[in-house]
Every structure is written in C-alpha cells, then in structure tokens.
Design a protein around this ligand. Structure first.
Ligand SMILES: Cc1cc2nc3c(=O)[nH]c(=O)nc-3n(C[C@H](O)[C@H](O)[C@H](O)COP(=O)(O)OP(=O)(O)OC[C@H]3O[C@@H](n4cnc5c(N)ncnc54)[C@H](O)[C@@H]3O)c2cc1C
Length: 499
C-alpha cells in the first residue's frame, strides 16, 4: 500500500482516486473548491441548474469503460443528445456525417465543386478515424492494451501519410484551400470546435458529434458527486476547500504537499490540475526544472477560454424546445471582421457565433416547474480588452455586461422574446473559469489545439511523467488536446504507475 496525494478533484483526479483506492492505496485528494468536479461539475442559481464546464462528451466507449471499471456505469444517467446546426443557408440535426454533408450541399448549391474537393479530403480523414473509435489503449495494460492498439497499428501507414499532409496544417489553412477567406463556407470549415486546430481533429469531431455525443441527465455535478462518494466509500479522503500551496520535494522526488499550514506526506503526488501552475508555482524547489524547460512551459499556448451566459427563463421547456429544436444548437453566423486573435476588438461579441445549450431540455427537473434554463457560449480572444479590464473591477463589470448583452442579442435571433423571459442572468469570463479551477487563462481544454503551437510532440500521446520523481500529471494537461478523454487517459496512466 502506498500513500498517494491527488491535487484536484476534476474528472481526472476523481478517476485516478477511485482506481488507486480500489487497488488498496491510501489516497488523499485535495480540492480548493467547496464541491468536487472541476470543469465536470455544475451549480444551482435561483433553482436553475447550469454546467460549470463540460456540457457534453464524445469517446463514450472510453468513458463507459472507465465507469464500468470503477463499478459505477449503471449509477450515472448518461444520455445521448442531438445537435442542431443552423445558419441562413441550412438548418438541421443530421443523424450522421453523410446527412451533415447533404445539409451543407443543399445550403450552398452554387459551391458544389468546391464542396466536393473539401469533403473529398475530409472523407479520407474520417475513414481513417472511423477505424480507431474503440476505447483508448491508455485505459488498458498488458495484452488487453495490445489488443486495443491493433486498429491503431493497422491504420498507422494511412495515419502517417495523412498526418504528413494535415498534421501541421490549421483549419483556416485547410478552409482557405477551397473557399474564399471570410466567406460563409470558410467559417463553416474553419470554425468547428477550437480555432485553427488541425483538419485531423475536424475529421474526428465530425465523425462523432452526430453519433457519439453524450451528457449526464442529472447534470455533470451528479457524475462528480457519485465518483466522490465512491472514492470515500473505498477509503479515500476527500478534503474540500483545501488549496494546496506547495508540492514538497526531497532529493529530487515529490514527498508531500502543504495545505492550510499543514504538511501531508506521501510516496506519490498526482497533480490533477493545471500543468503550468504545478511546475512553475507549486514546486518548492525551482532548480528541479531546468531554465530551458521553465521557459518552454511558461510560453506554451493554452486552449482558448469561454464566455458563458447563464439564463433562467420564465419560458416553458416546450416553448423553448419549439425554437431550439435540440438541446444543443450551433449557429454559424460569424459577422464580417470576426477575428478570434483580435483582443482589442470591443465589438467582438457582436461578430462571433454563439452556441446555445439548455440543461432543462435534457432534464426538465433542472429548472423550476414550468420554466427553463439556457447557457449561451462562445470562445473568446485571449486577454480580451486588456484581460477584461486589467484588474479594474468596475471596468470588468462593464465589459462583462456589454459582452452579455451582445451574446443575448445574438441568441434572440433564434428565440424570439428571449429578453422578456429572463428571470436570472449571470456570466462567466475566462477569469471566472480560472478563479474556480486554477486553469491558466481559463484554458478550457489544456494546451492549444493549434498544431503549430504544440507543447507535446505527439497530439495524441499521454504524458504523465514530470522531471520530478514521483510527481505525475493526472489531469487533461497530460494530453495536448485535453478534454474528458485526456483526463481519463491521464488518470489511468497514473494509476498504472503506482504499484
Ligand atoms: C465551457 C467548457 C466546455 C467543455 N466542453 C467539453 C466537451 O464537450 N468535451 C470534452 O471532452 N471536454 C470539454 N471541456 C473540457 C473538459 O471539461 C476538461 O478538459 C476536463 O473536465 C478537465 O478535467 P481535469 O480533471 O483534467 O481538470 P479540471 O476539471 O480542471 O479539474 C482540476 C481541479 O483541480 C483543482 N485544483 C487545481 N489546483 C489546485 C490546488 N493547488 N489545490 C487544490 N485543488 C486544485 C481545481 O479546483 C479543479 O477542481 C470543456 C470545458 C469547458 C470549460
């Protein structure tokens, strides 16, 4: 039995904690917030439930395997959801990638030839990714790992060929090969998921978004709570409202942490939160990280943060459903001049596309009877308007209000009368996300998804080791593109390392 400390109770920390406690280790988990879950969590305001981060996840075979391993699969009400794509040219909830293509073709009849060329390239990527959709090999060990790796091994020659072509290209460069810059189709092909991610990831997203998109009917917080409860049942100690301010080392190895002026000793420390803060701020001995590596970590780009508006509506779910048609809606209505890299553009929020998600449409119990809830979201430029007012609280509130109004205006185009039904309203900026989870700049999914700004060499590798012995990364930051699958893979790798 080993003494293990886990810093952070996001989905990565919770899964690592359960796996290690299951193996009989003595595990203590420290969480700075008052509830577990990190980005896979939620909260109530005035009777309305909202998600704190993750709204949905893909890679269900991996998630379900993890829950089965921990014996909780039946306890969590995972539910599949559909998405609607809407613009002035198309409007539909495709069942699969082929339906999606049909929808786009019918919306742009005069661009048939260009679409043929663009989709021909995406088809190659999607064919390849389709062969690799089982649970991630990182969730296994020994022969079982080898078995799950087989489809990857067999697809390797195709993968290498396609990654040579597309692995270093950004989605904007891909879209610009077929469509005029700033045109509707340019934004459609470059605007799926994160800005300037690789076309390989566009392929992966389009493969799964219609057929493998899941959420938790009772809300993500219920998932985190069930994992936390099980962890405690297995003998784990979960310390909430407990911020770890130091990772203690001895002779180059992690030997414990300090929290609230108390030192806790351990054989292993798993940091299941932000990578930059772990290695640049929490370590008690700077010299364990070379100057060169410190600079690399410090300058590495992180994934973009979100601006989210939370609305409690005096509108029934039925009425909201008539306008939304699906719980998750992606409108494509970028306005001329939209530029995700322009942090000085005060009008950014009037130009961006805003997605809509209604927790109460997934489960009416998540809002007061007869009412509904809605979350409006957009990715925002880094450090918008001098990082939201450079610490000036009044300016911050003004900017937040301005962004909130623009985002609500945008959603009102789909939901007539929206403004008149608002009973509760608030918003989160990337600074809010950082305050609650400590993720640098409110990074929503670990490192940048742009293939030119990679921290790790391999986009799909899982890297839990650090230069410090017995200190592992158990969060989505162990993988270049993070997300729930990245956190899961990190948790398994950490658990495998501790015998
Ligand atoms: C708006 C939004 C939408 C998203 N949508 C999706 C999606 O559709 N699909 C998907 O796969 N992913 C999505 N993600 C990303 C996903 O939520 C995260 O990648 C994943 O939940 C990260 O889990 P984690 O355990 O690695 O870390 P986190 O969830 O960041 O948890 C880290 C935890 O550690 C705690 N912590 C950190 N430092 C300390 C310390 N020093 N002491 C004590 N506690 C500490 C934090 O408080 C936090 O609870 C989304 C994220 C956001 C923000």
């Amino acid at each position: 039995m080993r003494k293990v400390i886990i810093i952070g109770s996001g989905i990565g920390g919770l899964i690592a904690g359960n796996l290690l406690a299951q193996k009989g280790h003595e595990v203590t988990m420290f969480e700075s917030h008052s509830t577990p879950g990190g980005y896979t969590a939620g909260f109530y305001r005035k009777g309305y439930y909202f998600e704190s981060g993750t709204l949905t996840f893909e890679a269900s075979s991996s998630v379900f395997k993890a829950m089965k391993d921990i014996g909780l699969l039946e306890k969590i009400d995972f539910t599949k959801i559909r998405v609607r794509f809407v613009s002035e040219h198309f409007d539909g909830s495709p069942d699969n990638y082929d339906d999606y293509k049909k929808m786009i073709y019918s919306g742009f009849p005069s661009d048939q030839e260009k679409l043929d060329k663009a989709f021909a390239e995406l088809n190659k990527i999607i064919d390849l990714m389709g062969n690799m959709n089982g649970p991630m090999p990182n969730l296994y060990s020994g022969f079982a790992m080898f078995k799950t790796m087989l489809p990857y091994i067999l697809s390797a020659p195709k993968y290498v060929k396609l990654s040579k072509q597309y692995g270093h290209m950004t989605s904007s460069e891909f879209a610009a090969r077929f469509f005029e810059k700033d045109s509707k189709l340019f934004h459609l092909f470059s605007g799926i998921s994160y800005p300037d991610m690789s076309p390989m990831l566009i392929g992966a997203a389009l493969l799964t978004i219609f057929t493998d998109l899941w959420t938790v009917k009772s809300g993500m917080q219920s998932w985190a709570d069930i994992l936390a409860k099980n962890f405690k049942k297995l003998g784990g100690d979960l310390k909430l409202k407990s911020y770890v301010d130091r990772i203690i080392t001895k002779d180059g190895a992690a030997v414990g942490v300090s929290c609230n002026n108390t030192v806790y000793q351990a054989d292993y420390v798993i940091s299941a939160g932000d990578y930059k803060k772990t290695l640049l701020q929490l370590l008690d001995n700077e010299s364990l990280i070379s100057q060169e590596f410190r600079e690399k970590i410090s300058s590495a780009a992180v994934s973009e943060g979100f601006f989210t508006v939370y609305l409690g509506l005096n509108m029934s779910n039925e009425e909201l459903g008539r306008y939304m048609k699906a719980p998750l809606v992606f409108p494509f209505d970028y306005k001329p001049g939209y530029d995700i890299y322009d942090s000085e553009d005060g009008e950014f929020f009037s130009k961006t596309s805003v997605s809509l998600y209604s927790p109460s449409m997934v489960n009416p119990g998540l809002a007061p009877a007869g009412k509904s809830s809605l979350m409006l979201q957009t990715i925002v430029p880094y450090h918008w308007m001098n990082n939201w007012g450079s610490g000036n609280k009044e300016l911050y509130n003004q900017l937040k209000e301005r962004a909130m109004e623009a985002v609500i205006d945008s959603a009102s185009r789909l939901i007539p009368g929206l403004k008149g039904c608002i009973e509760y309203k608030d918003a989160a900026t990337p600074l809010t996300y950082e305050r609650f989870t400590h993720n640098t700049d409110g990074a929503s999914s670990a490192w940048s998804w742009n293939p030119r700004k990679k921290f790790y060499k391999n986009t799909f590798s899982v890297n839990v080791e650090t230069p410090v012995k017995n200190l592992y990364i158990g969060s989505c930051w162990a993988a270049q593109i993070g997300g729930v699958p990245g956190a899961l893979a990190a948790a398994y790798q950490c658990a495998n390392k501790i015998k």
